[in-house]
Every structure is written in C-alpha cells, then in structure tokens.
Design a protein around this ligand. Structure first.
Ligand SMILES: Nc1nc2c(ncn2[C@@H]2O[C@H](COP(=O)(O)OP(=O)(O)OP(=O)(O)O)[C@@H](O)[C@H]2O)c(=O)[nH]1
Ligand SMILES: [Mg+2]
Length: 396
C-alpha cells in the first residue's frame, strides 16, 4: 500500500513537470511568431532582449577589459518630449555659420536615414559616420549608443524618431553644468583670454568689447600680447572699432605689467569690464604656460580674486586638435569658458559637442565670421536646431 502511494506521488510530480515544460515552450513560440500571427493570438511583442552581462574580471592571462565607452544612457526610448523653446534669431545666425558642417557629417547622416530600409547595417554605417565626424570619440559614442538603445525594431523605420534621439542627446551633451555668466558680479569684471596663436583671441576681444559697450558697460582692453609689436597695433584697431580705451605696454615688455596697469586703471576709474589679451604660442611651449600662470597671479595682486574668468579661444577649423589643445591647457590652468571661433569657415563645427563632453567647460560664445558683429552667445538648443536644420529635408 505504501509503495503504491509513493508511485502515485512520483507520477503526479512527473505530470506536473511535463505540464510546466509544455507551457514554457508554447509561450516561447508565441513570442517568436511574426507580428501578424501575434496579433491574431493577441500576444504583445517581446521586449528587447536583455543585453548579456559583460564579464567584469578578465580570465587569468587575459588582458584587462577596456573601460566602458559610453556614459550611462536610459535604455528605454525617451517619451515624446516637448521640443525646447528655441531662440529663432540665434538659430538662424548659427545656421549660416554651420552650413559647411551640415554639408559634412550631418548630410552623411541624412543620406543614411533617407534610405528606404533602415536596418542593422544602418547602425554600422551610423557608427562609422559619427566616429569620423570630428565630434570626438566620446560624443560620437554617446550619440550612437542613444540611437541604438532607444530604437526598438519597429522604430528603426522612423527617421524622425532617430533625428529626435540625436537632437536630444546632442542637447544633453552641450548642457554643461556651469553658472550663468554674470558680468555685474564684480567691478571691474576681469576676463583673461588665452589660446594658441591664430585662433582668434584678439578678434574675439574686439567683438566682445563692442557687444558689452553697446550693452552699456564701460570696457577697457589690456594689450597683454607684448611678444609682437603688431599684436598691440591689431588690438588698437579693434579698440577703435569698438570705441573703447586700451592700455598698452612697451614692445617686448612684461605682459604682466600691462595686465597689472590695466586692472588698476579699471579699479581706479570705475570700469565695468577689463578684457586682457595674451600671446599665443604653441601649447607645448612650457614657457608660455608659466607666463600665463604669472599673468593670473599678477592680476590677483592688482585686484584680489581676479581674473574672474579665464576663457580659452579655440579654432573650429582645427577639429579634434581644438579638443586636445583645450585639454592640455586645462590640465595646467583654470579655464572657466570656451570661445569657439571660425564656425563659418569650418566643416567641423560639431567639435563643440566633443569640447563640452570631454572638458565640461561651458562654451560662452561662438565666432561666425570676421566682422565685429559676428560673435554669438552660445545657446545649446538653438545650436542643435541649426546643426540638424536639414535633417527633415534629408529624409526625402
Ligand atoms: N572666418 C572667421 N575668421 C575669424 C574668426 N575669428 C577670427 N578670425 C580670423 O582669424 C585670424 C586670426 O585672428 P586673431 O584674432 O589675430 O588671432 P589671435 O589668436 O589673436 O592670433 P595671435 O595673436 O597671433 O596669437 C584673423 O584673420 C581673423 O580675422 C571667425 O569667427 N570667423
Ligand atoms: Mg592676437
């Protein structure tokens, strides 16, 4: 009797196990069924396969795994966000300056998503376009991963969704967390402008001087580039155009003494802003870096706490070189802002993405031409709209 009971219990367990296995197999086959069959069966589409967990530690003898490439990205597609308010005037001003950049990597993206069928190969091509786009490898990877992670299979057919993903990630990259520029917080507000030669420091200072004077500020320039006689003359021309006074030094004199005199004058005569020009030499020249550090120390002696901002000017036409220049300077020097010049002459305007992503320093202004009015405060939302302005047209 006892034996029969045991046999009965074993039989029940075996039947229960067979039922469980059959149910699982049936669920799997329904999930794999094409959409039309799923519809008929009333089954929801399977969610994206969970990515396989990467092995954390190398096996003995294996090289260390490289660090993860991308910033963490939300795996789920972003809900349809309301498009940010965009300053149309700023967008149009950037759009003209970004024409060459749009003709470059943005046009290549447009061709990619304009194809009839968007499939896994499109993702491979997307990766290639982004990584050769002069936007820096980290920014390229962030955009790539965002598109990849956010797109379910069905969405791959929808270029508008892809462009929205690219726009949103670009805006996120450009949104560097930094306090807004407040020129009224100090009197005078002392700004030191530096960068390698030819990037557009002196031109930018002339443009800034005019903008701020027109805003009602009392602006003074300091001709801190004493290495070349022509440098002071050039700044004098800009001072005249902008209608602001200038403090000059002797040719080959000490740039620190010019900066000291200018800040003192700024304090004594009630100026609102003192902008200091500096010499540009190759960033590998350690003499220059020492000189710039000395300039900062001397400025602090003329007015404790100054310079209040130190901006690095970068030339957009140099693409990723601009990123490495900024990194070199930032390693040695406190940089609180970036001015990116020559966007108008460059197909590499996307470099601003790499600069923001890698340096986490805010871009304050962008130069979009050689004339005195060709300098725009940087507005990330308007910039992104201008950069991808042809995206809609490219879909056709
Ligand atoms: N197209 C264009 N050209 C610019 C822009 N900004 C500056 N430039 C040009 O870049 C060249 C160099 O500008 P500068 O202002 O002399 O550069 P710098 O950094 O002061 O140069 P150094 O004093 O030699 O170190 C000039 O011919 C400017 O007209 C811009 O936004 N767009
Ligand atoms: Mg200069």
């Amino acid at each position: 009797m006892q034996t029969e009971l045991v046999e009965l219990a074993v039989a029940i367990v075996v039947i229960a196990l067979i039922l469980v296995v059959l149910r699982r197999a049936s669920a799997r086959s329904r999930a794999r069924a094409p959409a039309s069959i799923r519809d008929r069966l009333g089954v929801e589409a399977p969610t994206e396969a969970r990515p396989r967990r990467q092995r954390q530690r190398p096996r003995p003898g294996e090289p260390e795994a490289p660090p993860p490439r991308a910033e963490p990205i939300a795996a789920a597609p972003a809900p349809a966000e309301p498009a940010p308010q965009v300053d149309r005037e700023a967008r149009d001003a950037y759009a003209a300056g970004l024409a060459k950049t749009r003709g470059g990597f943005v046009a290549r993206l447009g061709k990619l998503f304009g194809k009839k069928k968007i499939d896994a190969q499109t993702l491979d091509e997307l990766e290639e376009v982004l990584f050769t786009a002069d936007i820096g490898p980290r920014a390229a990877d962030r955009i790539f991963q965002a598109v990849k992670a956010g797109l379910s299979r069905d969405e791959l057919d929808d270029p508008a969704t892809i462009w929205n993903r690219i726009r949103k990630t670009s805006r996120d990259i450009l949104a560097v967390d930094a306090p807004a520029l407040d020129l009224s917080s100090k009197k005078p507000f002392v700004l030191l402008v530096l960068g390698v030669n030819g990037v557009g420091k002196t031109t930018t200072i002339g443009k800034l001087a005019q903008q701020w004077r027109l805003d009602g500020k009392k602006v003074l320039l300091a001709a801190g580039d004493t290495y070349r006689a022509a440098a002071t003359e050039q700044l004098e021309v800009w001072a005249e155009r902008a209608d602001v006074p200038i403090v000059r030094g002797k040719p080959n004199g000490d740039p620190s003494s010019v900066v000291f005199d200018a800040i003192k004058k700024g304090v004594d005569e009630g100026f609102d802003i003192v902008i200091c020009d500096t010499a540009g030499r190759l960033h590998s020249n350690t003499g220059l870096m020492d000189e710039l550090k000395k300039l900062r120390r001397v400025a602090g002696k003329a007015m404790p706490g100054s310079p209040h901002e130190t901006w690095m000017v970068l030339d957009a036409t140099t693409g990723q070189n601009a990123i490495s220049q900024a990194k070199t300077f930032k390693a040695d020097m406190e940089i609180s802002g970036i001015v990116l010049t020559k966007l108008d002459g460059s197909a590499k305007g996307g470099v601003v993405l790499g600069i923001c992503d890698e340096l986490k320093v805010p871009v304050r202004f962008v130069g979009v031409g050689e004339k005195i009015g060709d300098l725009r405060p940087f507005d990330p939302a308007a910039f992104v709209e201008a950069l991808y302005a042809d995206a809609g047209a490219a879909e056709n």
